[in-house]
Design a protein around this ligand. Structure first.
Ligand code: DAT
Ligand code: MG
Length: 139
């Protein structure tokens, strides 16, 4: 069943390069409303826990190092069919394969530093949102 919420992070590369405003504009222009948002930085332990599902993958160390390397913008987004529509908006994991006009095509530089996170299921959207936000931070 389609949910109306997904979870995103503007990754350290997006924040470092000054793309926060441009990416949020793309997100809101696509019809997503912001239900929660903050700038924060994940510790190494946070990043290991957040990406635990990838812990056996060869790129896990690089992923954890990158995601804890600087501030991110975390947000919960609301829209009909949010999870699926947001994955379309961000584009393929590897920006070289991402469709024209997608956030990763426009703002990502590599497979590892790919500008944004988007939840891959309703269940993970709820888990990931709760990882970053308490109930009183979600509207
Ligand atoms: P996505 O972020 O599109 O859901 P994923 O869940 O498969 O992709 O992987 C999580 C993140 O891990 C991804 O955004 C970037 C990094 N990553 C994935 N595959 C990688 C690879 N082959 N080399 C380096 N980083 C990779
Ligand atoms: Mg994923």
């Amino acid at each position: 069943m389609a949910t109306n919420r997904t979870f995103t992070m503007l990754k350290p590369d997006s924040v470092e390069k000054g793309y926060i405003g441009a990416i949020l504009e793309k997100i809101t222009a696509a019809g997503f409303k912001i239900a929660a948002m903050k700038m924060t930085q994940m510790t190494v332990a946070d990043a290991k826990a957040f990406y635990a599902v990838h812990s056996e993958r060869p790129f896990f160390g690089e992923l954890v190092e990158f995601m804890s390397s600087g501030p991110i913008v975390a947000a919960i987004l609301e829209k009909n069919n949010a999870v699926e529509d947001f994955r379309v908006l961000i584009g393929a994991t590897n920006p070289a394969d991402a469709a024209e006009g997608t956030i990763r095509k426009l703002y990502a530089s590599s497979m590892g530093e790919n500008a944004v996170h988007g939840s891959d299921s309703d269940e993970n959207a709820a888990i990931e949102g709760a990882f970053h936000f308490s109930g009183r931070e979600v509207f």
